[in-house]
Write a protein that binds this ligand. Structure first.
Ligand SMILES: [Zn+2]
Length: 147
């Protein structure tokens, strides 16, 4: 029983010693709090505490400086499509959007003609009329078989 009491006292002393600085700091803070409250009263408005609301534009996305549409090249070079008689502006690898899709499809199916090169100069590539319908399906199947 007495051993228990002695142990308790020892622990209490140790805790008090360890928390001494914390208590002092807390007391000081409370004093500061009183000062802040008095200052606030004197200034006529309550002072904000803590981080509060973030400023309105804290999370605003920084706009790209390039401007214009996404994916477009900044330089306003108006190259024409590489396909003869197309006339649309080049968009990717020297081809307009439609002919670039055709280029990709021909490349994918292993039917890319030798003059359909990447970054071809404007109006330098002969357009390719692909067979439609059943003939087209047959040509595609044959191209796939070859591949
Ligand atoms: Zn084109």
């Amino acid at each position: 029983m007495s051993v228990d009491k002695v142990l308790r006292e020892m622990v209490a002393d140790e805790v008090a010693r360890a928390l001494g600085p914390v208590h002092a700091a807390l007391a000081e803070l409370q004093g500061n709090g009183a000062i802040i409250a008095r200052l606030a009263a004197a200034l006529g408005q309550p002072l904000k505490r803590g981080p509060g609301r973030p400023p309105k534009n804290a999370f605003a996305v920084v706009k790209a400086t390039r401007g214009g549409k996404r994916g477009r090249k900044a330089s306003g070079d108006k190259r024409e499509c590489a396909v003869i008689d197309c006339g649309r502006p080049a968009r990717s690898k020297g081809y307009c959007a439609a002919h670039y899709q055709k280029y990709r499809m021909l490349d994918r199916t292993g039917r890319l003609p030798s003059d359909w090169v990447a970054d071809a100069s404007p109006a330098s590539v002969k357009n390719l009329a692909l067979p439609r319908g059943r003939a087209g399906a047959k040509a595609l199947a044959e191209a796939r078989k070859k591949k």
